[in-house]
Design a binder for this molecule. Structure first.
Ligand SMILES: *[C@@H]1O[C@H](CO)[C@@H](O)[C@H](O)[C@H]1NC(C)=O
Ligand SMILES: *[C@@H]1O[C@H](CO)[C@@H](O)[C@H](O)[C@H]1NC(C)=O
Ligand SMILES: *[C@@H]1O[C@H](CO)[C@@H](O)[C@H](O)[C@H]1NC(C)=O
Ligand SMILES: *[C@@H]1O[C@H](CO)[C@@H](O)[C@H](O)[C@H]1NC(C)=O
Length: 627
């Protein structure tokens, strides 16, 4: 009978959905402080940390003005830049003038030449007393993409660029703000994050993820982080920009296009192609998990506004997008900076992201669970002993994104790749530190099966913690991929406290008084003892050294109510020939042998259309879910 057996997974998924829904509506619940949970997240920058100077003696700021054929715009722009207070800093001005296009039109060639010469003359005569002025006059028309990309190659990690298109106007306060921002978020080690690529001075307005959230900020928020680049007044930090240029180079050379499904900007790319540069940068930011600093100065005010003059972006003049914030209208402290861990982070869907959450001990887990809703489920994905290829794990996460599965926790020993996943906003448990904090290391013989035993212990403990906090736990290994949510409508299983699968590391524990009564310290010790004894046996018999095998044995001895599932009723193994996409229809997940290599996994999943990552191991699509 397939029917009754299939009740369990639905139940899990129903509760998962309920939780996702809940968490979406309660994203304002204060998560445990980032710095408290993960001291490593804010990476320290040793050189700068010891530097008493708020910046570096090598700090350099260059304004890069991108101009074309609009003298009036350019003159308004340069005048606004020269009215700013540069605090006695040396600030260089570089003006890049793109050449007119040779095309048949109403304007004669002579007129165009004349226009260009007047612009050159104006910039030549423009008095810039804050540093060097440099004019780069192009010999041919290169367009906006090359204007942006070729504007800057940072000469050091202390050089910053402010890219300004000629129809922008900046506030006289802008530099003071930018300087405070760089001092606080770049040079102050306790507020530094390698994920931040710069800051936009424009008023945030646009959410590029299709069906994303409306941009809503409470009016106490002054600064926040958002993935999207803002082309109307963008400060660029040197390291990420260099990284982007190299990435662009590689992708361009290989003929890879900056296609990111689910993004409005990809539509722009399909129309405008290489005339614009933002789709490239957006794709880069998405694949690297980077963020931009934005301001929220209320009442449509910003430190940089675009007059949206007729040109490449606008067929005809659209007028200023925002109000310029100036000293006369000041009712807020523009220069007030905040600790990084007090700022909110938003992705391309304008959904809040919580980066840098690493759980290292039982208390951490407890405090995270306490921010969730009671009576729901948490999905734990163990990455121990499965393919450690980044792409395989990221593919699983891309499917979580598209299925709107949000309350998952990844488990594995501390590693750079796990740390990187935490940086990108995925909640992570470092199992080595976690198990140690539970005081179980001393019970374990450090043999060749150490990792397997640690994995088992970590699973026993996360389930225990879930039960104590009133959560159901679904524990799986990273060799399976959920691809369906159509089980959500099935009824709740009320009879069984545990569900196990015969040949798959998939285990479900309900939070119930009966289950909690079994899962006590004594039970945990029995699990550890059994794992140790299995590990000591001949290596040939280590097949039994798995979590599900051991737990099933011990639960049976305790007379627990267990439902046994045959994985073939809901899952499909992908290592045999004759696999068809059509046979996937009534399956809820696919899985592969733990020893299968990354290339084979990719090949099989591609055949089933379940491979959702690109050559950068990043999701090929952005999927927004409305809150
Ligand atoms: C400043 O730049 C010089 C020359 O590149 C370098 O030798 C020096 O270490 C830099 N100083 C700091 C504090 O970064
Ligand atoms: C410009 O017009 C000339 C003749 O009217 C034509 O031969 C040429 O192809 C046109 N060039 C462009 C770029 O449209
Ligand atoms: C702040 O928010 C409140 C309530 O949403 C609104 O009534 C008020 O006008 C806002 N204040 C400003 C300065 O935008
Ligand atoms: C660095 O940032 C922290 C946290 O925001 C702050 O307490 C500290 O005063 C800052 N240090 C300096 C030198 O500004």
């Amino acid at each position: 009978m397939v029917g009754p057996r299939r009740h369990l997974l639905p139940l899990i998924l129903i509760s998962l959905t309920a939780f996702f829904f809940y968490s979406y509506h309660h994203s304002s619940l204060p998560p445990p402080s980032t710095s408290e949970l993960n001291p490593n997240f804010i990476l320290s920058n040793p050189i700068h940390a010891q530097n008493p100077n708020p910046t570096s003696p090598n700090f350099t700021f260059i304004i890069k003005v991108l101009a074309f054929n609009r003298l009036d715009s350019l003159s308004r722009c340069l005048r606004s830049l020269s009215r700013a207070d540069y605090l006695d800093d040396r600030v260089n001005l570089h003006v890049y003038i793109d050449r007119f296009k040779l095309e048949n039109g109403s304007t004669s060639l002579d007129q165009k030449l004349d226009e260009s010469h007047r612009i050159l003359e104006f910039v030549d005569g423009f008095d810039w007393k804050f540093g060097d002025k440099l004019l780069h006059y192009r010999t041919g028309n290169v367009g906006l993409q090359a204007q942006w990309l070729e504007a800057w190659w940072p000469s050091s990690d202390d050089e910053f660029a402010f890219i300004v298109e000629d129809d922008l106007e900046v506030s006289s306060l802008y530099y003071q703000f930018v300087k405070s921002l760089i001092v606080n978020f770049y040079y102050n080690a306790s507020n530094y994050s390698p994920s931040i690529y710069g800051a936009s001075l424009q008023r945030p307005r646009f959410v590029p993820g299709k069906h994303g959230n409306k941009m809503q900020l409470d009016n106490k928020t002054r600064l926040f982080l958002y993935q999207l680049v803002g082309t109307w007044g963008q400060i660029l930090f040197p390291k990420p920009w260099k990284e982007f240029r190299l990435w662009y180079d590689k992708n361009k050379a290989k003929g890879i296009k900056p296609i990111l499904e689910g993004m409005v900007t990809t539509g722009w790319y399909k129309k405008m192609g290489e005339r614009i540069w933002t789709p490239w940068f957006i794709k880069f930011i998405h694949s690297h998990g980077y963020f931009n600093i934005y301001t929220n100065f209320l009442r449509e005010r910003a430190l940089s506004v675009s007059h949206r003059d007729a040109g490449v972006n606008y067929g005809k003049t659209a007028g200023p997008d925002s109000q310029l914030l100036d000293e006369s209208s000041l009712d807020i402290n523009v220069l007030e900076m905040h600790p990084l861990n007090s700022l909110k982070w938003y992705d391309f869907c304008f959904r809040e992201v919580l980066p840098g959450r690493v759980i290292r001990n039982m208390d951490h887990l407890g405090s995270f669970l306490n921010t969730l809703q009671k009576q729901t489920s948490v999905l734990f994905v163990s990455l121990i002993g499965v393919s450690d290829a980044v792409a395989v794990t990221r593919n699983i996460l891309c499917h979580f994104e598209s299925l709107n599965i949000r309350n998952y926790i990844l488990m594995g020993p501390e590693s750079d790749s796990l740390f990187d996943l935490a940086r990108r906003g995925h909640l992570v448990i470092y199992t080595d530190q976690f198990v140690e904090s539970a005081g179980l290391y001393k019970l374990t013989s450090k043999g060749s099966n150490f990792e397997a035993i640690r994995d088992i212990m970590a699973k026993v403990y996360v389930i225990k913690k879930c039960m104590e906090n009133g959560y159901n736990a679904l524990v799986v290994d990273g060799n399976m991929l959920f691809h369906s949510t159509d089980l959500f409508l099935e009824p709740k299983d009320t009879t069984n406290d545990f569900v196990v699968t015969n040949n798959l590391e998939l285990f479900y524990a309900k939070s119930s008084p009966a289950a909690e009564k079994i899962w006590v310290d004594d039970f945990v010790l029995k699990v550890v003892a059994m794992a140790n004894s299995l590990a000591r046996k001949d290596s040939s018999s280590h097949d039994g050294l798995t979590f599900v095998h051991i737990i099933t044995k011990l639960l049976e001895q305790n007379g627990a109510k267990i439902r046994r599932l045959d994985e073939n009723t809901f899952g499909m193994k992908i290592d045999s020939s004759g696999i068809k996409k059509s046979s996937l229809r009534d399956k809820k997940l696919v899985y592969w042998p733990t020893e299968m290599g990354m290339d084979s996994i990719q090949k099989w999943l591609q055949e089933l259309d379940l491979w959702a990552v690109d050559g950068d191991s990043s999701c090929t699509a952005v999927v927004c879910h409305k809150s």
